[in-house]
Structures are given as structure tokens and as C-alpha cells.
Design a protein around this ligand. Structure first.
Ligand code: TYM
Length: 336
């Protein structure tokens, strides 16, 4: 029988540094779910990356399980995609070391996320924080992945992963595909925060971020508090940032009709922001509630979550072992 062609490999991950939010969903998770049917998928929880900011590791385990429960609640199927924890695949750390020999101090210091973190934690600018992009490249290259579904904020890390792959191939022989950030041919997503500044985030800006585990009251409260003004004074005025953000959020979970109704209200100056926010809250609650409830049910079954992670880790380790054998041979690390 003819062997079927190998599916392209997809890899991505999320740090367990807090609970997932609309940005994690629309920037990443939604595409994980869409891709699991067509590709060979590896989706992990990046616990090693989270150590670079020195979290309280007493809650690491429950944070990891929380992310896994949300992966499952959003529709990831452990029979289709490998769902695992980064630290369970030890080959990651070996590849990280090889890639670090190809990553230069100057480029690592120029990485936006490094500069942001260094500003936030000047007392803890550790070497793993600096080499965060090499670890992320190791996660991806470990499975020789081609597509990496991520949000806009990860674009620079992907560019670095491509550079590291290309340097490795150039020095030691063609082993790695050059991975690309993936969003079905569309621009990468950035889900804005509710207060008109920056993006939704796991650990910052919590009152302006909608989490997948927020209850209905909290969703309502956060949205009703979003900044607005007295409304446009002239037809077809440009939207201020904070109003544009509300419209962007509306586009994510409301119907096209609803969006167009409020958009024309804005353009002919009849919009009432109270109604806009009420509608947004209603649609967000309809979207988040089933995910929150399903994730809670899944968390009540820890045995199941452990089984999922064990099965995912075994599949990921198998793929990692294959890649590392090729990698060591290419470098010349094979003595017996
Ligand atoms: P992390 O944990 O910060 O975010 C997880 C995913 O969610 C996306 N995201 C957003 N997308 C749109 N709008 C937002 N407001 C928003 N906030 C978060 C991120 O782009 C990301 O896709 N370094 C990674 C984790 C990682 C990884 C990897 C990713 C480790 N190894 C290998 C891909 C491949 C990170 O910190 O993501």
C-alpha cells in the first residue's frame, strides 16, 4: 500500500504565567483548534520559559493544569494533537544549548520582549531571559515544524527562529525547515485591552483583560468600565483608539449585523456607547461561559488531564528524539 504523504508539522505554546484570555484565544488557540485536523500538531505549555521571570513555583503545577484544561475546553483533541508540558521533553534543553552557540548577544539584547522584561525586572536580567528566543526556537525546531500559530507579539521571535535554523543549516547541513508565524494567510492578530492602551495580557492590565475564566458579572463590569466619551461630533469622524478597540472586540464575537449597526451609528453620530458596551458584554458572556464551564469540569478530573499530558509528552519525545539524532550527527557528536 502506498504510504500517505507526511503532513506539515505545526508547533506552538503558551506560558503558564497566568490564566488565558481573549488574546490567547484569538491570537493562538483558535488556530490550534483549526489546524489540528490538517496538520501534525504539537501544542505545549511553556513552563521552562515561565521560569525566566522567577514566578512562585508553588503555583506552577496548578497553572500548567489550568492551561491544559483550557486547551481541551477550547476544542483541542488529544487524539489529534500532542498536548504536553515543555519540561517533559528533555531534548528541548539540549537543542537550546546548540542554538545558543548560534545566537549572538547583540541580537538577543535588541529583542523587544527582552528589553521590556529588562525594564520591568532590572534586578533579574538573567541569562535565560536574554536567551528566551533560542529556547523558543528549540521548541519549534525540535519537531522540525514549519507553521507556528501565534499572535502578533511573537513575530520577532519567529524571525529569530528562522535565523537560527538557517545558521544551523548553513554550518552543519540542512536539518531544519525555516518556521513561519501562521494565521491562515491573514495578518497576525493583536487583541487590544479594554482601556485603550496596549494588548490584553496574562499578567498586566488585568482589569482591562477578559479572561476565559471570568464569570459573567466580572465580564460585564470590565466591559462597562471601558473608556468612552460623549460620542462623535461629526459624521464619519476618525475613531479614537479606545473606541476602535471596542469595535475590534465586537468584531471578534458579535455578528456582522450587530457590528454594522453600531458602525453606522458611529458614522451618523447616533451611537450610544452604553448600548454598544451592553451588547459587547452580552456577546462576550455568550462566548466565554461555555469555555469557562467546560474547563472547570475538565479540571475536576485531574487523572484525565495527567493522561492527556503523558500521552502528549510521549508523542513529542518520539519526534524530539528523531530530530536530535539527526542534529547530533550533523554536528558530529556521535562517537560510538
Ligand atoms: P504567551 O504565553 O505570551 O502567549 C501565548 C499566545 O497568545 C498570543 N497572545 C496574543 N495574541 C493576540 N493578542 C493578544 N493580546 C495576545 N496575547 C497573547 C501570543 O502571541 C502567543 O501566540 N513565547 C511564547 C510562548 C512560546 C511559544 C513557543 C510560542 C514558548 N515556546 C514556541 C510558539 C512556539 C509566549 O510567551 O506566548
Amino acid at each position: 500500500m502506498e504510504k500517505s504523504a507526511k503532513k506539515p508539522v505545526v508547533m506552538s505554546g503558551i506560558r503558564p504565567t497566568g490564566i488565558l484570555h481573549l488574546g490567547s484565544y484569538f491570537g493562538a488557540l483558535q488556530n490550534y483548534v483549526r489546524m489540528q485536523n490538517e496538520y501534525e500538531c504539537y501544542f505545549m505549555v511553556a513552563d521552562l520559559h515561565s521560569l525566566t521571570t522567577h514566578p512562585d513555583t508553588k503555583s506552577l503545577r496548578s497553572n500548567v493544569l489550568h492551561v491544559i484544561s483550557e486547551y481541551l475546553a477550547c476544542g483541542l483533541d488529544p487524539d489529534k494533537a500532542a498536548l504536553y508540558c515543555q519540561s517533559a521533553v528533555h531534548e528541548t534543553s539540549e537543542l537550546y544549548l546548540y542554538l545558543n552557540t548560534l545566537a549572538y548577544k547583540g541580537e538577543l539584547e535588541k529583542t523587544t520582549t527582552f528589553k521590556d522584561k529588562a525594564r520591568l525586572q532590572p534586578q533579574n536580567i538573567n541569562a535565560a531571559l536574554l536567551t528566551y528566543p533560542s529556547l523558543m526556537a528549540a521548541d519549534i525546531l525540535l519537531h522540525r515544524a514549519l507553521y507556528v500559530p501565534v499572535g502578533k507579539d511573537q513575530e520577532q521571535h519567529l524571525e529569530m527562529a528562522r535565523n537560527f535554523a538557517s545558521r544551523f543549516n548553513h554550518r552543519y547541513g540542512e536539518i531544519f525547515p525555516e518556521p513561519v508565524a501562521f494565521n491562515f494567510g491573514q495578518e497576525l492578530v493583536k487583541v487590544p485591552s479594554l482601556d485603550g492602551t496596549g494588548k490584553m495580557s496574562k499578567s498586566e492590565n488585568q482589569n482591562a483583560t477578559l479572561y476565559l475564566s471570568d464569570d459573567d458579572d466580572l465580564i460585564q463590569k470590565k466591559i462597562m468600565k471601558a473608556k468612552t466619551d460623549e460620542g462623535p461630533k461629526a459624521p464619519h469622524s476618525p475613531m479614537p483608539n479606545y473606541i476602535e478597540n471596542i469595535f475590534q472586540l465586537l468584531a471578534l464575537t458579535s455578528t456582522r449585523d450587530v457590528y454594522e449597526k453600531f458602525e453606522s451609528g458611529y458614522n451618523n453620530c447616533t451611537i450610544r456607547y452604553g448600548d454598544l458596551k451592553k451588547q459587547l458584554a452580552e456577546d462576550m458572556i455568550r462566548f466565554i461561559t461555555p469555555i469557562r464551564e467546560k474547563a472547570q469540569d475538565i479540571r475536576n478530573n485531574e487523572t484525565y488531564m495527567k493522561e492527556v499530558m503523558e500521552k502528549g509528552a510521549a508523542k513529542a519525545a518520539e519526534s524530539a528524539k528523531r530530530t536530535m539524532q539527526l542534529t547530533r550527527e550533523a554536528i558530529g557528536i556521535k562517537y560510538f
